[in-house]
Design a protein around this ligand. Structure first.
Ligand code: GLN
Length: 281
């Protein structure tokens, strides 16, 4: 079955992954095929899904990101290598040990958790619109023993996020929490770019995490920038992952809102993929 959709070597690799990651058997131990009938049926079911380009990360509930294994399912985007580059960039830019950081649209939690693993003293908040994504993020935070405050929140309407945080933490001071870093990999694919996407992303990854309307492709960046103007500390940094096709629009929008020191950075594929900027306040 796999051989119809993949070349021989790729099919053999996928078979090996299935044995090792799903059945926890070792490929070289399978000389005498010792899977029972039920397992063979299950294997066939998996192969059918893989042949239809269903992501293997969702089958095995596992994706690698920044040297860590993350639990993933259809409720979250599969972490991408470009996003590892964003995490790496943040880590190389901040030596300070006591920063407060918010991840907007955390999904699987991969950005916040990978950062927390490397900066255990930073205090993390993370939000997502999707309850189900937050369940996944929680699984991952527990798996990696990282303490992160997760909140269900939609960034598009004007925000009462910090009211929620203050209630949760039973803080009675009225001053909003201030953040040293805000990071986001928001939905950034306008529907008209769908034809550029792989069928596995298009058909199986969560549309809420991916798409924005054709009319306002940088809407999330605008809202997050407004939020950052209110909640970033002096010299606080805003980091974005970007769509290479509208990266320059995001830069212009940030300049118009008064952000300074805007740095665009290319990913390893040479595409404008991330940005950082700051504010004077
Ligand atoms: N980089 C992802 C992709 O190409 C999209 C991530 C996003 O929309 N934030 O599918």
């Amino acid at each position: 079955m796999l051989a119809e959709s993949f070349d021989e070597r790729e099919a053999a690799n996928l078979f090996k992954y299935a044995l090792e990651d799903y059945f926890h058997k070792r490929y070289f131990d399978i000389k005498d095929f010792d899977l029972n009938e039920e397992e063979i049926e299950e294997l066939n079911y998996i192969f059918e899904k893989i042949s239809n380009h269903y992501p293997i990360q969702y089958i095995f509930n596992k994706a690698h990101f920044f040297g860590l294994d993350f639990y993933v399912d259809e409720n979250v985007l599969i972490p991408r290598p470009e996003t590892e580059e964003l995490v790496h960039w943040i880590l190389t830019n901040h030596a300070d040990n006591s920063l407060q950081i918010l991840d907007i649209g955390t999904g699987s939690g991969c950005i916040a958790i990978a950062l927390k693993k490397n900066k255990p003293d930073w205090k993390f908040f993370a939000i997502d619109i999707s309850e189900k994504a937050l369940e996944v993020a929680n699984i991952n935070a527990n798996k990696h023993h990282t303490e992160i405050e997760f909140f269900q929140h939609d960034i598009l309407p004007t925000t009462n996020f910090f009211v929620d945080v203050q209630l949760y933490m039973e803080r009675d001071d009225a001053a909003p929490l201030q953040l040293d870093i805000i990071v986001s990999n928001p939905p950034y694919i306008p529907f008209f770019e769908q034809d550029k996407m792989s069928s596995s992303t298009l058909n199986f990854e969560p549309p809420t995490a991916l798409f924005v309307s054709n009319d306002s492709p940088i809407l999330f960046y605008e809202k997050i920038a407004d939020f950052a103007l209110l909640h970033l500390t002096k010299n606080g940094k805003l980091y974005f992952e970007l769509n290479e096709f509208n990266a320059n629009e995001v830069v212009t929008m940030l300049q118009q809102k008064g952000f300074i020191d805007i740095q665009l950075k290319k990913d390893l594929a040479g595409k404008d993929r991330m940005l950082r900027c700051t504010i004077i306040n």
